[in-house]
Ligand binder design. Structure first.
Ligand SMILES: [Zn+2]
Length: 134
């Protein structure tokens, strides 16, 4: 009953349209709370038009993946805070160490991202660089 009502809600429809205009993709999965179709944003986040960000967990393995993701971003966040702290204390050598931590975190995320969705072959979007190879 309630699900139908949500579909009729103009505000909800407007939000869905907005999401799609932003380049979000409608998924076959639905929101566990309201049953509306979920959308995947360009940054990979999955959102419900009503409830916002949803973390889809369909298996134990995925649950672990989500956990690792959040740990990695926590570490990065911590490192970033550390860098700011050290900047104010004028200790550049230690800053470098924390920057490495951030870099490693980014690399881990990149690798995991690639593994999750086998990337389509990158389309050369310009030929301007051609001939200029070393
Ligand atoms: Zn929802």
């Amino acid at each position: 009953m309630e699900k139908r009502d949500l579909y009729k809600d103009k505000e909800v429809v407007r939000k869905m349209a907005q999401l799609m205009m932003q380049g979000a993709v409608m998924l076959s999965e639905t929101c566990p709370i309201c049953g509306l179709p979920l959308f995947r944003l360009r940054n990979g986040d999955v959102v419900c038009p009503v409830h916002g960000k949803i973390i889809l967990v369909s298996s134990e393995e995925e649950a672990r993946e989500v956990e690792v993701d959040s740990i990695v971003s926590e570490v990065e966040h911590y490192a970033a805070k550390k860098v700011r702290e050290l900047l104010s204390q004028d200790r550049p050598s230690e800053i470098l160490e924390w920057l490495r931590v951030i870099e490693a975190g980014e690399r881990i995320r990149e690798l995991r991202e690639k593994r999750r969705r086998p990337a389509p072959p990158p389309r050369g979007r310009s030929d301007k660089g051609k001939g200029g190879e070393k």
